[in-house]
Design a protein around this ligand. Structure first.
Ligand code: GLV
Ligand code: MN
Ligand code: MN
Length: 421
């Protein structure tokens, strides 16, 4: 049997390592490319040049998305591949970048072997996937899911406005509305991502085919008490905002037990105490609360329960409680057609795979609203991600990129469409 056409792993390795250097921090050994920061924009420039050096065209749209393209024999619709190149603070090398750079490597492989594509290929690096400003701004722009009001007011946990960060990067926030793409432009969308969890490693399978992506909501919560002298304020006369936060954190396992499922997650990932001084009772605790589940009703139940528990705790500690919902992303099923295509190709390539849900959010969840969409995973060592220890074996990277390539070709060469068609 002849070997199937394959990507060249060293090229993809080089690209991943080169991109990782943009925003790399030697102290934490992680990458800092949060949406619309200087490092993020530098990475976008790097990516455009990379596509161009390889002879592909590339552009940035008005939402900051980078799109590399390769023509097909016919003008459209396109088979799109992609993910994101922004990162969380102290992120790893593969989260997002893998799906984008594997897309570029697919294009190079098609070019090198002069493979017939009926439809054009496009590779997307969506802007601001990591939710610094809540949501997934770049792909939401493409799916036409942004509003002028949100673009005007969206801010990060430090109250930096999206529109100010975009202006600094030479973009106008309201212009992002013009990045909407007619769904007819797309034939299908495929994303390759690291699993960011422990399942594939545990079951010793190299590939996960995702059937549904968890929904996620993000709140910015404030518990407001009274700052006071830490020595003179008697313990029973305090309105200590941190005590409220600590009590709430302690309630999280019970909330999940009562209102959640084994797929539910509640995380307090960012906290700020005010005034934030060792000798002062905290007058305010501001923190993010991120909730997830694959079922929209369970997500709602979790959110309702969090609100009730926070209100009760606030009363008990003599605090005020307020929160702002920065985003609410609904759970999203992947397309059966694309799931089947990935599974068929995995079988043809003799790869053992697992059909599984995704606990993390992905650009695919918004692309799925406008075109048949699928998402595949490769294993994460130790299940670690959103941390500098994130790593994936290179042979798994190669396997994932080849599955992506062959499935993309299946969509780019639909049956009945031949070279001469
Ligand atoms: C995306 O990375 C998420 O936090 O789900
Ligand atoms: Mn990601
Ligand atoms: Mn991520």
């Amino acid at each position: 049997m002849t070997q199937p056409i394959a990507i060249k792993l060293p090229r993809l390795q080089n690209d991943l390592l080169e991109l990782f250097r943009i925003g790399y921090d030697a102290d934490s050994k992680g990458v800092f490319r949060m949406g619309f920061t200087e490092a993020d924009m530098q990475a976008r420039d790097w990516l455009i040049k990379k596509f161009e050096q390889e002879g592909f065209s590339a552009r940035m749209d008005s939402a900051g998305n980078i799109i590399g393209s390769m023509p097909g024999q016919h003008s459209g619709p396109v088979v799109a591949i992609g993910s994101h190149i922004d990162s969380v603070p102290a992120g790893g090398m593969f989260d997002g970048s893998l799906g984008v750079l594997a897309g570029l490597e697919c294009m190079r492989t098609v070019r090198d072997h002069d493979l017939y594509c009926h439809y054009p290929l496009e590779v997307y690096a969506f802007a601001e996937e990591e939710g610094r400003f809540g949501g997934m701004m770049g792909v939401q722009a493409i799916a036409g899911e942004l509003t002028p009001q949100w673009l005007e007011t969206a801010h990060d946990a430090n109250h930096v406005l999206l529109k100010d960060e975009m202006a600094r990067a030479g973009l106008s926030a309201l212009e992002a509305l013009n990045a909407r793409v007619d769904p007819k432009h797309f034939h299908a969308f495929l994303e390759l991502h690291i699993e960011q969890g422990p399942v594939l490693e545990r079951i010793k399978k190299p590939v996960g085919v995702v059937d549904a992506i968890s929904g996620v909501y993000k709140w910015l919560v404030r518990l407001i008490g009274k700052a006071n002298h830490a020595g003179t304020a008697p313990m029973d006369m305090r309105s200590d905002a941190f005590m409220g936060l600590a009590d709430f954190a302690h309630e999280i396992p019970r909330i999940i037990e009562e209102d959640g499922t084994d797929k539910s997650r509640l995380t307090i990932g960012w906290v700020k105490l005010k005034p934030g001084y060792a000798h002062t009772v905290p007058g305010e605790a501001e923190f993010t609360l991120v909730g997830r589940d694959t079922d929209p009703q369970v997500m709602q139940d979790l959110a309702d329960s969090c609100r009730r528990v926070l209100s009760a705790i606030a009363r008990r500690h003599n605090l005020m409680f307020e929160f702002e919902q920065m985003s609410w992303l609904a759970p999203q099923a992947m397309s059966d057609e694309v799931i089947q295509a990935f599974c068929r190709r995995a079988e043809a390539l003799q790869l053992d795979y697992e059909v599984m849900p995704s606990g993390a959010g992905h650009d695919a969840q918004y692309m799925a609203r406008i075109t048949p969409t699928g998402l595949i995973f490769i294993p994460s060592i130790g299940g670690i991600s959103h941390a500098p220890d994130e790593w994936t074996h290179w042979q798994d990277v190669e396997i994932g990129a080849n599955l992506l390539l062959h499935t993309a070709l299946d969509f780019a060469r639909p049956s009945g469409k031949t070279q001469s068609a």
